[in-house]
Design a protein around this ligand. Structure first.
Ligand code: DPP
Ligand code: ZN
Length: 876
């Protein structure tokens, strides 16, 4: 497939101003009738052909201004409709198409999920419903008439506001509903839903007094699992008014939860469609992490109403315009709802584990890519999470007031437009008076900058000198890099643990507590520094960079106890643990005895016993870097077995050293009614973290205590924590617990996903065989993306030692699934395939097995464009 390039962008020669859709739903033959009001743009010569996108369509009728057009005046294929010489004056084009929702296994366009008709049009799904200018810069007003058998689909939903509904004359078994969306929108925001659904209702009054009916639609019997999602929605609506000044603009806001969905959720105007994983929650089936995710995703999709819908993207290269900004907004929302420090740490962990490896390998791309062959492959951690970090840096640079003024200007100036990153940045440059042209490099350049800092203190001169460099390692298509603007928030910590003052700084700009780097190499000199400080750099993770500032274990331990910045306190303990684990990995590779460093044991003991710290923060601080995090630090010649051994050794040492503290922490587990809020969740996280170390210790009653917790747990967080320890530790009782869990949750598919996942991620040599068996289990469903992700994807991305087995069998198993899946659902297959992206980092034997698996995929016939793109880039 030819690459699509940013520099080739040009507006379409025609625009579509209004769309009237009539959808006659039937499972295998849905008839779509579209009436499009089309206008030639003034720059377009009369007679210029009009080319509409299609996707596997069957044309059933075609007319212009009410008259069927002769066959010689158009050409048509399933993927394209071309009018050879359209009228020069505005005209109405009517198109009939027939589609088969039941045959749609790729879950793009119109499909059915558990019998419910639903749509997914981002990025290019609308063309699978009718021929259209299916691109985000064509904004039209939509009116949708939906007709279906009443028994099959009593509920009929569309974008915008409901207009009319009733029985269909002469067809007593059918009914219809008409929806009208007054806000012009791109086709990717179109949606409709029809099915036999239950709902819960609530309402919200906007700050200007508009009453909005809120409804969440779910399968019957799931109504009691919507409370948290509804509560999150109302809090999101209020927060967006208060913090960003964004008010809702329709009479209704509907959310539909479906069980078969490729992505997390979709922000269709007034009709958000969700993967049910991000809606449904109750004490018995959802973990605290699920609750937090639901809150974040509900907010994210709602916030798109302004950042994405009212103001959309000119072209798909600008995807980060809506996604990076909206992720930033949902992160801020969660920070306000929960602990800001804990949220920041969790987000940075995610960034480092998902985005950093992407940005360091063959799939690296800029936050705003310059070319793509399949846009679905660019819904990435780079566009979303790094995109959010870039917005956060922008806020740091222009200040909170400048940021608020900039977003106000953006909303006012670009409302109703499809726009670009340049236009977005111009708003902040204008209100702040700052030149942001150098900063814009963050959107253009791939790769994570490595910032290296060497410090020296001169006691006589009372000066501190930092030699700082920045560099991005060469990437495919990016041999060298330019230095970026990097805001480094910092503090100089004195021996009493407090931040020290200094007189002046030469060699870099400093604004408040922020050093602003902009050159390849800089020497920065602080004067008036009264003692050698402990250097706290990159506070709050103020830029998405890798920081190398060599620091002794003792200094890290000091900062882990005293840094006034909670993020860096956490980072200091993590860096300490990482350094120690890397030494253990080397020992494991050399076949030496694995002895944990006492300084790490001490620091973890202090955190465990420090009751003054927030429990959620303590829980996070006690978590060791993951196996994949360590592999990333090692970078090349990775042996995942050695990594696992090192981590197990440290976990066991921590458990055995602190057994008494752990017992004490376990006994503090709270009872009483379940509360899904952040504070109660933090206490559960701490108790379960303590349990994890206890289970890894040499305590003779460890298995007994874990089994007991499993039996007594009255919520999913605790039950799953215990089950995971039993299964991953291969402890006595594991099989019985798995069976009990399955029996209890057999009818809840989201809970059952966890049953698959816990087995797929067990770091045991028997796991691959287990996973193979599970793929043939009666409860496995290869057509349900959540189920596939809970087994195959979880194995490939959450089980480094078994996916990366030295015999290559893990790679081969995943490759088989990629190929099988590719024929049915290319988007999910291509996503699974990205688990190979770091294949070159393995030691030789493993990397040659991984390469062979990729080669096998590459040689398959009829590979989708999605998978072809990923496999080609991985092998390039
Ligand atoms: N636009 C969706 C989201 O990120 C993804 N399909 O919210
Ligand atoms: Zn989004």
């Amino acid at each position: 497939a030819p690459a699509i390039r940013l520099e080739d962008y040009s507006p379409a020669p025609y625009t579509i101003e209004a769309v009237a859709l009539d959808m006659q739903l039937a499972p295998k033959a849905t008839q779509v009738h579209a009436r499009l009001t089309i206008r030639r743009l003034t720059d377009t010569l009369p007679g210029t052909p009009l080319v509409l996108d299609g996707g596997g369509l069957e044309l059933t009728s075609l007319s212009v201004n009410g008259v069927a057009i002769p066959v010689e005046s158009y050409t048509v294929t399933p993927d394209k409709l071309e009018l050879l010489s359209p009228p020069s004056e505005p005209f109405e084009l009517e198109i009939g198409t027939r589609i088969d929702p039941d045959a749609n296994t790729q879950l793009e366009g119109l499909y059915r999920s558990s019998g419910t008709y639903c749509t997914q049009c981002e990025a290019e799904g609308f063309r699978r419903i009718t021929y259209f200018l299916d691109r985000p810069d064509v904004l039209a007003v939509y009116t949708t008439r939906i007709e279906a058998r009443k028994s099959e689909a009593p509920i009929l939903l569309g974008n915008g506001n409901p207009v009319e509904s009733g029985p269909v004359p002469d067809k007593p078994e059918r009914h219809f509903a008409i929806w009208h969306d007054p806000h012009p929108k791109p086709s990717y925001l179109f949606a409709m839903v029809a099915g036999d659904l239950a709902h819960v209702a609530d309402s919200f009054t906007t700050r200007s007094g508009r009453n909005v009916d809120l409804k969440i639609y779910v399968e019957h019997g799931r109504e009691d699992k919507c409370d948290w999602a509804m509560d999150s929605l109302k809090r999101s609506m209020r927060w967006d008014e208060e913090v960003f000044g964004c008010e809702y603009d329709l009479d209704v806001f509907n959310i539909v939860a479906v069980s078969d969905f490729n992505m997390g959720a979709m922000e269709n105007k007034g009709l958000n469609i969700f993967n049910d994983k991000y809606v449904l929650a109750d004490q018995d089936t959802a973990t605290d992490q699920d609750y937090a995710n639901i809150e974040a995703v509900i907010a994210h999709e709602y916030f798109h109403n302004w950042t994405g819908n009212r103001i959309t993207c000119r072209d798909w290269f600008q995807l980060c315009l809506k996604e990076g900004l909206t992720v930033f907004r949902d992160q801020e929302f969660s920070s306000d709802m929960r602990s800001r420090a804990v949220k920041r740490i969790s987000d940075v962990r995610l960034l480092k584990s998902h985005q950093f490896p992407e940005d360091a390998g063959p799939l690296a791309h800029p936050v705003r890519p310059r070319k793509y062959t399949e846009i679905n492959n660019f819904y990435t951690a780079t566009v979303y999470e790094k995109g959010a970090e870039v917005v956060r840096m922008l806020k740091t640079l222009v200040g909170a007031d400048g940021f608020k003024a900039g977003t106000d200007l953006y909303f006012q100036r670009h409302d109703g437009e499809a726009t670009t990153i340049e236009a977005f940045l111009a708003c902040f440059a204008e209100v702040s008076g700052q030149d942001l042209s150098h900063f814009a490099l963050w959107y253009e350049q791939a790769g994570t900058p490595l910032v290296e800092v060497e410090s020296s203190y001169d006691a006589t001169a009372q000066s501190l000198t930092l030699q700082i460099s920045q560099e991005i390692a060469p990437l495919p298509g990016q041999a060298d890099s330019k230095p970026a603007v990097i805001p480094i928030r910092f503090g100089l910590i004195g021996s009493d643990g407090a931040d020290m003052s200094f007189d002046k700084v030469e060699g870099a700009e400093v604004r408040q507590d922020c050093l602003i780097l902009s050159q390849r190499r800089q020497t920065v000199r602080f004067s008036g520094v009264s003692e050698r400080p402990a250097l706290s750099l990159l506070r709050g993770f103020s830029a998405p960079v890798k920081l190398h500032a060599p620091e002794k274990d003792q200094d890290l331990a000091f900062r882990a106890a005293h840094d006034s910045d909670p993020f860096n306190r956490w980072q200091a303990s993590q860096t300490l643990a990482t350094q120690s684990l890397l030494r253990l990995v080397r020992a494991a590779e050399a076949g030496e005895e694995l002895v944990a460093d006492s300084v790490v044991l001490d620091v973890f003991g202090s955190i465990l016993s420090d009751g003054s710290l927030d429990p959620a923060f303590r829980a996070l601080s006690l978590q060791l870097p993951g196996e994949a995090d360590l592999a990333r630090e090692i970078g090349k010649n990775v042996d995942p077995t050695a990594v696992l051994k090192a981590r197990d050794a440290l976990r066991a040492a921590l458990g055995s050293t602190h057994m008494d503290l752990l017992r004490a922490a376990l006994s503090q587990r709270e009872s009483g009614p379940f509360d899904p809020g952040a504070e109660a969740a933090g206490k559960r996280a701490l108790a379960n973290q303590a349990l994890a170390y206890f289970a890894a210790s040499d305590a003779s009653d460890a298995a007994l205590i874990v089994n007991d917790l499993f039996d007594r747990a009255d919520n999913m967080t605790d039950r799953l924590a215990a089950l995971t320890l039993l299964v991953h530790g291969d402890l006595p009782g594991a099989q019985a617990a798995l069976e009990a869990f399955r029996n209890r949750h057999e009818t809840s598919s989201l809970a059952l996903d966890k049953w698959f996942m816990v087995q797929a991620t067990a770091p045991l040599s028997s796991t691959l065989e287990t996973v193979r068996d599970l793929a043939g289990h009666r409860l496995f469903d290869e057509n349900n993306p959540n189920r596939v992700r809970s087994l195959v994807h979880a194995f490939a991305t959450g089980n480094p030692s078994q996916f990366g087995r030295p015999d290559g069998a893990g790679f081969s198993f995943v490759a088989d699934h990629v190929l099988a899946l590719d024929a049915r659902n290319p988007q999910v297959a291509a996503r699974l395939l990205t688990c190979f992206r770091s294949w070159r980092a393995y030691e030789a034997q493993r990397s040659s097995h991984a390469e062979a698996a990729l080669q096998r995929i590459s040689e398959a016939e009829n590979l989708s464009r999605d998978s072809r793109d990923i496999v080609d880039r991985c092998l390039q």
